[in-house]
Design a protein around this ligand. Structure first.
Ligand code: SAH
Ligand code: SF4
Length: 369
């Protein structure tokens, strides 16, 4: 009996797994006009419907008939933590019980969601707690997009806890609509190690949620074979590269992936990366005491990145960095930045938010994984 029910569920179509064309094909192949596909898309991605019953444009009979054929999968929220700075962390459970985290960062009139692309990560960077977990599995594209839908659904609730103090008001003093405006792939996982699903998720986000591709950033540790494929296959989003060191030896010491895809080749791939007008690559550089923070490192960084259209984010290591790594001193960080400034490089110091709820960069590591 259980097996019988399971096979029925398995044969149903998950509407969230469908692209726009597939949604049209699905409705047309079941004798429904194309506008029905638009109605389903609107309900799922703009009204955050979690069941077919919520597609109220459809008559009761039609909803019943659709329920025989299809369902709407939903990641489930397990825990929600709010930081003293307004940052929020969401722990989600997937269909198979695996857990992932997403982080919502409130900043003036921006609501940025930091999303996960994998359960864990295989790359094992020494400074990163996600890396300590190893990889459990890749996320499907709909599980990636569902983080956006789930948080938007929460934000649309009238009793939302999120600190509104940071948000802009319109001219009448009314808070602006509560909806995610920006997305960063900086949560759990290495997006380019889950390339196909991430590319599909990017298209779904751009086409279905209305978030502009200019407001989406993918961060990678530098998976070289995939880097040139990104602009060929994905919408034109922003690229961030986790650089974190200026010599092959020091980068390999903290990022084992550097032994396979070395720094020199990574910079070469960035030089070839096509950039539209006004676009720049962001290089992320975690400042770690005694590892990568000397004036010599700063000068080598200038040399490495000279001629590249880029900006550099200097990120003091989050305090709970594993393996006894410590953040650079404030003095070292400022001196490092000054050398970059003097050499006409754009370098900002980025302080992680949400430290008190382990929501900051590199701190995402669900306990049950
Ligand atoms: N795997 C991708 C994206 C997820 S990691 C990547 O590595 O780029 C997202 C960002 O968090 C990366 O820039 C990474 O360098 C940063 N990060 C990881 N651990 C950190 C830590 N302990 N302190 C500060 N930033 C960290
Ligand atoms: Fe993976 Fe990125 Fe963490 Fe490195 S920094 S272990 S690539 S998630």
């Amino acid at each position: 009996m259980v097996a019988g029910i399971f096979s029925i569920i398995m044969s149903k179509t998950n509407l969230k797994s469908l692209s726009k064309d597939e949604m049209f094909d699905f409705t047309v192949s079941h004798g429904l006009p194309r506008y029905r596909a638009d109605q389903i898309i609107h309900r799922i991605y703009e009204k955050y419907a979690s069941s077919i019953d919520e597609i109220t444009e459809f008559s009761k009979e039609l909803r019943k008939a659709l329920e025989e054929l299809a369902f709407i999968s939903c990641i489930r929220i397990v825990k929600r933590l709010v930081s003293s700075d307004g940052t929020e962390k969401f722990l989600f459970s997937l269909d198979d019980g695996r857990l992932i985290e997403s982080v919502l960062i409130t900043d003036k009139n921006r609501l940025t969601l930091c999303i996960s692309s994998q359960v864990g990560c295989a790359l094992g960077c020494r400074f990163c707690r996600t890396g300590k977990l190893g990889l459990t599995r890749n996320l499907k594209s709909h599980e990636i997009v569902d983080q956006v839908i789930a948080v938007n659904r929460i934000l649309a609730e009238p009793d939302v806890i999120t600190s509104r103090a940071h948000l802009a008001k319109d001219k009448d003093g009314v808070f602006l609509p509560r909806k995610i405006t920006n997305i960063v792939f900086m949560g759990m996982g290495e997006p380019l190690m889950n390339f196909d699903e991430v590319v599909e998720a990017l298209w779904k986000i751009v086409i279905f949620t209305g978030i502009s591709r200019r407001k989406i950033t993918l961060s990678t540790a530098g998976i070289l074979p995939k880097l040139p494929l990104l602009p060929q296959q994905a919408p034109e989003i922003n690229l961030a590269v986790s650089l974190n060191a200026t010599t092959e030896a020091s980068r390999s010491g903290i990022m084992p992936v550097n032994r396979k895809y070395p720094l020199a080749a990574l910079i070469g791939a960035c030089e070839k990366f096509p950039l539209g007008p006004g676009r720049r690559i962001t290089f992320e550089y975690i400042m770690i005491k005694g590892v990568n923070d000397t004036p010599g490192d700063a000068r080598r960084l200038v040399k490495l990145l000279r001629g590249l259209r880029c900006k550099i984010n200097l990120i003091p290591l989050n305090h709970d960095g594993p393996d006894g790594l410590r953040p650079s001193s404030e003095k070292n960080i400022l001196e490092f930045q000054e050398i970059l400034d003097l050499n006409k490089m754009t370098a900002l110091i980025r302080r992680s938010k949400g430290g008190d709820i382990s929501a900051a960069c590199g701190q995402l590591a669900s306990p049950q994984l």
